[in-house]
Ligand binder design. Sequence first.
Ligand SMILES: *Cc1c(COP(=O)(O)O)cnc(C)c1O
Length: 217
Amino acid sequence: MLAQILQELQKKQVKLVAVSKKKPVEQIQKFYNQGHKIFGENYIQELKAKQEQLPNDIEWHFIGHLQSNKVKDIAAFIRLIHTVDSLKLLTEINKRAKQNERIIDCLLQFHIAQESSKFGLQWQDAQEILTSDKFNQLHNVNIVGVMGMASFTEDQNQVREEFRILKSIFDRLKSEFFNQKDDFYHISMGMSGDYPLAIEEGSTMVRIGSLLFGKRD
Ligand SMILES: *Cc1c(COP(=O)(O)O)cnc(C)c1O
C-alpha cells in the first residue's frame, strides 16, 4: 500500500505525511525500513515517546491541536508544525525554537469546514497576525504554507469547494505577504478519504493515516 500511494504521489510531486497516531512504533519502523521518513502525530506525549524510540532521521510533523504549554516538549526535534492557529502559539514556538537554536517551519491552519468543531484561522485572523509588529520580530519561526481539513461528509462537491477555498487563501497570502519567499510553498490538505480530490485542487502535502496503517480504534 505504501509503495502504491508513494508512486501515485511522486508523479504529482506531492509529499506524503504518514499519520501514525495511535499506532505502535513497530509499524512506523516497518515503513521506515521501506524508506519512508515523514510521519505525522497528533498527541504530544505519544510523539515524544515515539521520537525517543525511533531513528533520529525521521522527519516528525505535528498535525494535532497544539497548546502553547506543550510546545517545549517537541521544540528540539519537530520538523513541521501544521496547526498554527494563533499569534500566541506562534510566539511560544518562536521562543522555544530560539532556546533550541533552531528555526521551526510552520503552516497556518485555516478553518475551511462547515463543522464548528474544527480549529483554524479565518482570513482576517491571518491578516492580523501577519501585519502585526510582534510577528515581524519572530525570527525563529518560518511560515512555509497553509493547512486545512475539509468537512467529514460524503458530499464530494462540498469537500472540493472547501479545498478550493484553502487554495485561494494560499494564493492570496502568497501574493500579499510572501511574494518574495520561495519556501512559502505548501498546501497541506487531503487525508485517506479525500486525498485524490485534494491533489486535484492543488495539495502539495497529504496526511494519510488509516489507508496506510489500518483503521484506528
Ligand atoms: C488523523 C488525521 C489525519 C489522517 O486521517 P486518516 O483519515 O486516517 O487518513 C490527517 N490529518 C489530521 C489533522 C488528522 O488528525
